[in-house]
Design a protein around this ligand. Sequence first.
Ligand SMILES: *Cc1c(COP(=O)(O)O)cnc(C)c1O
Length: 774
Amino acid sequence: MNEQYDILGTMVRDYASIYWKETKEKTQQRKSKQVFYFSMEFLLGRLLVNNMQNLGIYHIARDGLQDLGINIHELEEKETDAGLGNGGLGRLAACLMDSLASCGYPGFGVSIRYEYGFFRQKIVNGRQVEVPDQWLSLGNVWEIRKPKHAVEVRFYGEIDRRQDEHGRIHFQLKNCEHVRCVPYDIPIIGYKNKITNTLRLWSAEPSSENLPRDKDFHSYLNETRELCHGLYPDDSTEKGKLLRLKQQYFFVSATLQSVLRNHARRNPDFENLPELYVFHLNDTHPILAIPELMRLLMDEYLYEWNDAWEITRRCFAYTNHTVMTEALERWPINFVQTLLPRIYLIIEEINRRFEKQVFEMTGNYDLARSMSIIKDQMIHMAPMAIVGSYSVNGVAQLHSDILKADIFNNYYTLFPEKFFNVTNGITHRRWLVFFNRHLTKLLTSLIGNTFISDASDLSKLVAHADDPSVQAAFLQVKQIRKDILAKYILAHNGIAVDVNSLFDVQVKRLHSYKRQLLNVFHIIYQYFKIKNEQNSDIKRTYIFAAKAAPSYRFAKNVIELINAVAAKVNNDAIVSKFMKVVFIENYDVSKAEIIMPAADISEQISTAGKEASGTGNMKMMLNGAITLGTLDGANVEIHELVKDENMILFGLRSEDVTRLYQEHRYNAYEIYRNDANIRRIIDSLKDGTFGPESAFDEIYNEIIYKNDEFFVLQDFNDYVKAQQTAAIWYQNQLQWAKKCLLNIAFAGKFSSDRTIRDYVENIWQLKEIVEYED
Ligand SMILES: *Cc1c(COP(=O)(O)O)cnc(C)c1O
């Protein structure tokens, strides 16, 4: 079976390679501007179905295989997920790549060919256990090794300064360590338009010519191997690990060297670099690309500082993904000095000139210091990104507004022209058309299939939302999808869930700001209520899936609590008649493809102001779920479209949250003391209801002793009311279906095709390579 999968995959790849070559040739011939999307993460998931569908050969292949007695779905299951990402940020990168090609724009994604992807999660005795993800162990049919395009990247060493006869100082690195970087290319196939771009993943190998003199070959070999060993399993806390810094420089240096080498072959100089390339930085992780481009232009191609800087700052654009200050990347100076001595000098000089510029603009020395890239013996990556780029964008309107008003306010005041918003999106082909065929079939029967290449046509569904027969048909589709998920849950969790119950879904990384805890507290509240009343308004199935960073103790404790509550609830003879709680192990793209289509309620309950955008919210909206959420991230834009009648809002607004932080008036203990329901829930963490007395201390301490940083208790009662609204709405099934249909109808805005067009128009300025099929 694996062999059959390999053969099919290889055939698909070879078929795509014709278009791949054509796209490259056209881009070269026409000197089309290209985007290079630098990202430490690409959470691709599986590619077989997506690639065959985009090539328009899925149905032929399916029928052909059937004639041979082979079930294509069984082959599909043989593919391992490419899990080169932690969550939302990496999945966004993958969706953007799909839409870039599908909208007909040329470009590359660039990253690292990690030997191990994001860890696989097992739940053992209710707790998370991390297992390495050996995603390459059976090979990867999509990649092609390109040794001809290898380059060398250098680490460590000392700087040698030499002055030439014109008085110009030349910098050279001596005694550095060389690593050979070999690219593996993966085709990114556009939807039925023949355009095929490249995802280039760099792999580290020992250099064949420049071996270190002061190190034995064995340690050199090991260090080189280690470089691409694995993805850091954390997207929001800074690990301060030298290896991660090495990874960051490794792939940006390799990419820029190969771009410049290629450019130099075809152009007399680099003046036109910004007309031919935009280097997009997905968060600050690849930000060393800025000083690296300066280094290459000056040290290798002999540009003067001012000319090099003019080219550099016109090439870069940066996307910010978080306002959580602890997640803003910083590196100790000595790390960079040791590992990348020349890069450090360049950063220092960028900073010196920037401070001077701010002082000249404002006359305010303190301000210039406070905006500095180098402070407290640390290099601050976000300021460097802002200084070195012509564009800075947030990922949803609210988030972009917060960047301007709050964390980047000083920069915005001085450089307002750099700031943009580009609201995130998801590729609606993967997340609806290919993985929810049942719903797609209903939609095409109503509104045709133009929405597949133009998601705004989903709005045609508005005209059908009031039709009871369409509402009934939608409910039927939802039922089929809930059946599929229920079968999965039975097979993997051994829990029989009622497909007529409301499927209440919260699936995403486990993080305190995402507030899975608020959800669990409500479940505990319901548990006590049903135990007491022996009855309930509606039946519910609470579905969770989430990985916690291995070192994040609070998050792991929440997973334990979810599983402990699940065990209690599911085994209670009375309560389990009305509710079930399910934790689905190892959340990844393939799991999301099963879960999203089955959701009735989409839980998007982060503390307002903390979730930059969210994309899980978009996936579930597109599959006909109703969002129950706070006014946070892209929920704000969902609400603007579907209004109060079709979304359930609750909780603090982001202004309220800011005020509560500023005024220091929030007192979680007071709420605990004065609210009997809340007291009962919190006490249940300690009184043995769900486990030994100290089992949930991480959670208890967070709420009671650390004053509930994310306002779980503050928002609790409003959340309970929102859940009651959901129950009332759900009881009128046809009206419910109407709301779901309207959600689908308005979801077109959240296609990543729209996101790509926003980037192209406002930031990248690319032109389509027109090649649509007739
Ligand atoms: C979409 C997606 C995410 C992001 O979910 P959010 O709810 O936006 O945090 C994370 N992981 C996977 C596997 C996804 O598909």
